[in-house]
Ligand binder design. Sequence first.
Ligand code: SAH
Length: 390
Amino acid sequence: MSNSKENIKNGSCPVYKKCGGCQLQNLTYGEQLKFKQNKVERLLKQFCRVEPIIGMDNPYHYRNKVQAAFRTDRSGRVISGVYQSGTHRIIGIDSCQTEDVTADKIIVAVRRLLPSFKLTTYNEVTGKGCLRHVLVKRGFSTGQVMLVLVTGTPVFPSKNNFVKAILKQFPEITTIVQNINPYSTNLVLGNNQKVLYGKGYIEDVLCECRFRISPKSFYQINPVQTETLYAKAIELAGLKGDETVLDAYCGIGTIGIVAAKHGAGRVIGVELNPDAVRNAIVNARANNLKNIRFFKGDAGEFMSEAAQEDEKPDVVFMDPPRAGSDRRFLDSLIKMSPERAIYISCNPETLARDLNYLTENSDCIVQKIHPVDMFPHTSHIECVTLITRK
Ligand code: SAH
């Protein structure tokens, strides 16, 4: 059985060491949670007491987004899998304890289909060949599946028949997209794409709201824990019904939309990625919300302009990437001095740095810190934090 918290120990995964993705696999799940709790306490207990970390009942196959790199080895065999940590070598893997099972199966099926269509893998050195990466996203609530075939050039021989063949094996695939990435880059997706089948996006339901997800837009990869995380964030916001809420680093608008459903009077979202902003606007409409507006831009810049215009949100949700927030954002937050700020962080180190800046330079105090285990078996830690004023 795979739903015990104690059963995987000492790297039962055959590629545990080479892959490096699950840094904590040498620990039981219970030990992993303790390790994460201790780390958060070490970094953040100077601000306030740290609540017990919220773990998963079943910490396996939680990832709704799976990607694999493709290469041909010297003997002409196609391999698909992940980059060995810190290198550009691919380790062939067919399944992973953290990844969605259907997504893994689709990737293996794509690999097995290549020879019969005489499709090659892309060679980054020569710039020749076709398939470079495969990305699969699955909506856990809706069952909708997106398959993205990333090619090195726009040429994709016999693509229509290839699409038919993969759909025959996996009728649950609802959309197939070709993404073209000719660049020498670590990024999986390039800028151009063609929809080969379906709508070009999938939808998922989270906290009773419906969300559209494009190949490139950010969507939390562990939907089970995301519901817990967002529910905590909304609880900490203590919305009564008429607040103006700012959702900074809003992605496809998930937190702002959930807040609007929970009665926020007016919601403003800001996000850098244009695809995500487009999704956010559609998502607000799909959830019948009229009191919500999304802007494309840098959150720090947006905040400082809003602060200059004396815009005063009552509640600010902020969910920056691993690098944390920047001075401009934090200074504007201080200037706006909302009743509450809810800081959602995927990196306790930058969270500690930003909380330190806020508490040193204003009358902000940290009221609550809840770690949530969004990434079992990895060393990544998510926290949701409530900041108020003295
Ligand atoms: N709140 C969303 C997304 C969080 S991930 C959710 O829960 O799904 C962080 C988001 O910040 C990403 O969508 C990323 O594109 C965006 N981002 C990164 N740097 C940014 C910046 N400087 N200004 C605004 N958004 C930014």
